[in-house]
Design a binder for this molecule. Sequence first.
Ligand SMILES: Nc1nc2c(ncn2[C@@H]2O[C@H](COP(=O)(O)OP(=O)(O)O)[C@@H](O)[C@H]2O)c(=O)[nH]1
Ligand SMILES: [Mg+2]
Length: 455
Amino acid sequence: MFEETIIAISTPLGYGGLGIVRLSGKKSLSIAKKIFKPKKQKAKIKPLRPILGNLYDFEQKEFFEEAYLTYFPQPSTYTREDMVEISCHGSPIILEEIIRIGIKAGARHANPGEFTLRAYIRGRIDILQAEAINDIIQASSLKQAKISFKQLEGSLSRKIASLRKNIIHLLSQIEASIEFPEERLRISPKQILKTIENTIQGIKKLIESYILGKTLSKGLTLAITGRTNVGKSTLFNSLLERERAIVTPYPGTTRDYLQERTKIKDSIFSLIDMAGITTPSHPVEKEGIKRGKKLLSDADGVLLLFDTSQNETLEDFKLLKQCKNKKPLLLFNKIDLPLRMNKEKVKDQGKNLPSLEISALKGTNLEKLKAKIHKIFVPNQNQGEEVILHLRQKLLLEEILDCLRGGGRLLKEGYTEEIIAEEIRKIIPLISQLTGEIKADEIINDIFNRFCVGK
Ligand SMILES: Nc1nc2c(ncn2[C@@H]2O[C@H](COP(=O)(O)OP(=O)(O)O)[C@@H](O)[C@H]2O)c(=O)[nH]1
Ligand SMILES: [Mg+2]
């Protein structure tokens, strides 16, 4: 399948100043010559030199558009194959026509991400870099785009390569002491343990960086909860800066949940406005509450609202207890109204939990709230430290961590080197999965299907 020459429109479909069609594969140049004729009749297509010409429909024998063509000879190309780029007016009709005659001339339409897939299959990039390419294209924040750019340049790949080197070194030491137990090169269990623990620390850091990665790419989910009528939907709208949720003075207005993305500083949050988790008075509300509970337990963070213009209720305390393990931010709302709540009593119940007084309606302390949300939920990160952006990567790193911990445990329990080596050896294929050295169809499909056609 990678022997065929592929063709695709690489610019977004729509009207634009320019549109680009790309070809990749052995027949790129010969196909290009069929569908493109230089303006100067005797001019030759030279590598890496844009040449002006006309696009040619060889069936109807007519020209239909002006274009620049650039030929990129293999192997120093995006795909490591021969490539051709045709740059013309950004007209969807013209671009589709180029694809049609390109296919007539012997090309095949590219699948999503197939150019990048070829770069990976041909060994120019690993799968971490392929993921980074798509992350740049689909970046939700400049900070994330910059992280992805570094990963495309190989920052994460180098980190993983050095992890592999350390693991192999450790294994060879353990294995040497199995083979030559009487010799001096025997490594002490203490030394093995030290290496294992150092490696664990490094991997833990990477895994922890995923939370930051998530805030920069997909966004952290933040559930706004509290009993009915405390002002959840009002706060939801204020944070979104638009009237997304319906707000009324009647309890039970929000029956289903609403979810919307918003940016707070350079981080993305997916805010969830939930139905009040109270005794339902309506079947629709009941379902809403059920879903709400699930959302609450899945959320990365919780904002728990109280209505300070009312006396505290048992329900407030119940909710506090329910989300305590989620370390919620307590928000005392409606401070524009006369105070009736015993805030200290509530705070006492939520010991050590951060809190803030606000008026969602009047916008009091809203900026403070945003700063606080950022401070509490977005982890700090030192400049230049690697950030993991994909769950796939995080899960594999967790498996590696498990093996290391397992190895350490066996060592402490006094098991033989053979058994410890066996546990540590399991890490090697996991690393190969991480970098894509093991080319598994399932992973390939999953990753490249997220790409646009033409990339
Ligand atoms: N005075 C005042 N009223 C508020 C405030 N926040 C919400 N409300 C009102 O409280 C009622 C219920 O608000 P809503 O956002 O629908 O509460 P929810 O049931 O928790 O979603 C509405 O009449 C809001 O206008 C506030 O900060 N101050
Ligand atoms: Mg509501």
